[in-house]
Design a protein around this ligand. Structure first.
Ligand code: GLV
Ligand code: MN
Ligand code: MN
Length: 408
């Protein structure tokens, strides 16, 4: 029996591993990530899998097929969180996948392919400012210059890996070759309101929107808040405020675009000092790459214009970009069938959020199943799903796995 009750209890259990008392924040390679990952490895082993921590800190497990060494169907999602996160974003997919393997194992069933489950160590990119580190390492697309990236405390990623007990030089060894992975399937909460609005527990994802991320630093002159007249100031934060609104305007110019300034910092950061420096991030997403690229160009030119008008200097760094990732028509059709067999009305929908499948798309076909979440709320501690919807999700995932055997 698949147990949605156990799935939700395990999500609760992982949520105990947080750097934030009374909330959930668990970033890549933190002590809390280590504890959560070890717990997941234990559940993977209980489900009959060979499981170990890989070279980048993913929990990686394998359930052999009818004979050892067969190519695998890979299932997974991530174990890291945003700051002040919900308990299901990422974790639900990993735990539901383990539940499916546990079900097969208890029936002593082996399929004509292996199943691998991965709990990726980093999808959110909170610690080092660049996302999908765990899944890009598995896809073999991680540029190792990222090892020099630093977290806000100044620790490099290479040092963080060593502190976690890992050897950064071994990361290339976990890259999978094309052909070893038959497909990648990920169950994830929807993180939006569409399924709830239509009274549906699950939906099949068509594509994952692309994203571009910038870090912008404006520099003016710090000064005394009481003595410098307004017309003689070079206030970097006031300039940043104009850039935030310009970003919003550009994002509002097309219904398919979204744009967010999610972080802003003023330095030196005192009530009586004119901010001499301001740093902010920009995150732009769209279902079409041309639209996103045009929006990013417009935002950059507006930032330059604001800087010029206010006599500020500006530095714009491109942190990361990822094109739209389409789900495989062949796998979507198989997921559609699983949804219908389990008695749900079929609904296909795109994903506005990023997912590990974007990285895995470099080496294999991908597909995703969304599970309804309450109020469409995510990246928020109020994120919640019902036991009934968790059950619907895991049943469809198991059905997909069982029939993948027949249809490959
Ligand atoms: C990940 O959750 C993202 O879409 O930012
Ligand atoms: Mn997320
Ligand atoms: Mn996620």
């Amino acid at each position: 029996m698949l147990s949605a009750e156990r799935i939700l209890a395990r999500c609760e259990s992982l949520a105990q591993h947080s750097e934030l008392a009374g909330g959930l924040t668990r970033v890549f390679l933190s002590p809390q990530a280590r504890a959560a990952t070890d717990k997941v490895l234990g559940w993977m082993r209980e489900a009959g899998m060979q499981a170990s921590l890989d070279a980048i800190g993913n929990a990686a497990a394998r359930y052999e097929g009818e004979r050892p060494g067969l190519p695998c169907l890979m299932l997974g999602s991530h174990l890291d969180t945003v700051r002040d996160a919900g308990k299901y974003d990422g974790m639900l997919g990993v735990i539901s996948a383990i539940e499916c393997v546990d079900f097969l194992n208890r029936q002593k069933r082996r399929l004509p392919f292996a199943i691998e489950v991965v709990g990726f160590g980093d999808e959110e990119g909170v610690r080092f400012g660049t996302t999908l580190l765990g899944s890009r390492a598995v896809a073999g697309t991680l540029d190792l210059s990222v090892l020099d990236a630093r977290d806000p405390q100044g620790n490099s990623m290479a040092d963080a890996l060593r502190a976690f007990g890992l050897d950064p030089k071994r990361i290339p060894e976990i890259a999978r070759k094309k052909g070893e992975v038959l497909a990648y399937a990920e169950l994830h909460i929807e993180q939006g309101p569409v399924l709830e609005a239509e009274g549906l527990a699950v939906g099949v994802v068509t594509a994952i929107n692309g994203f571009s991320r910038l870090r912008v630093t404006l520099r003016g002159a710090a000064g005394h808040a009481g003595t410098v007249p307004m017309h003689l100031r070079r206030d970097a934060l006031a300039g940043a405020a104009e850039c935030v609104l310009a970003t919003e305007q550009v994002a509002k110019s097309d219904p398919e675009l979204v744009g967010t300034v999610g972080r802003i910092e003023a330095r030196p950061g005192a009530i009586n000092v004119i901010p001499g420096e301001a740093m902010f991030t920009v995150d732009v997403r769209a279902p079409r790459d041309e639209l996103r690229n045009a929006a990013i160009s417009k935002i950059k030119s507006q930032i330059q214009q604001v800087s010029k008008q206010r006599n500020l200097t500006c530095e714009i760094e491109s942190l990361q970009e990822f094109g739209v990732t389409a789900c495989s028509p062949r796998l979507m059709a198989q997921m559609d069938q699983a949804v219908k067999r389990q008695g749900h009305r079929l609904r296909r929908l795109p994903s506005g959020a990023g997912h590990d499948g974007m990285a895995l798309g470099a080496i294999t076909d991908i597909c995703m199943l969304f599970v309804r979440c309450k109020g469409g709320i995510s990246h928020n501690p109020a994120e919640s799903i019902t036991e009934g919807d968790a059950a619907a999700g895991v049943q469809v995932l198991l059905d997909f796995i069982e029939h993948f055997a027949l249809q490959r």
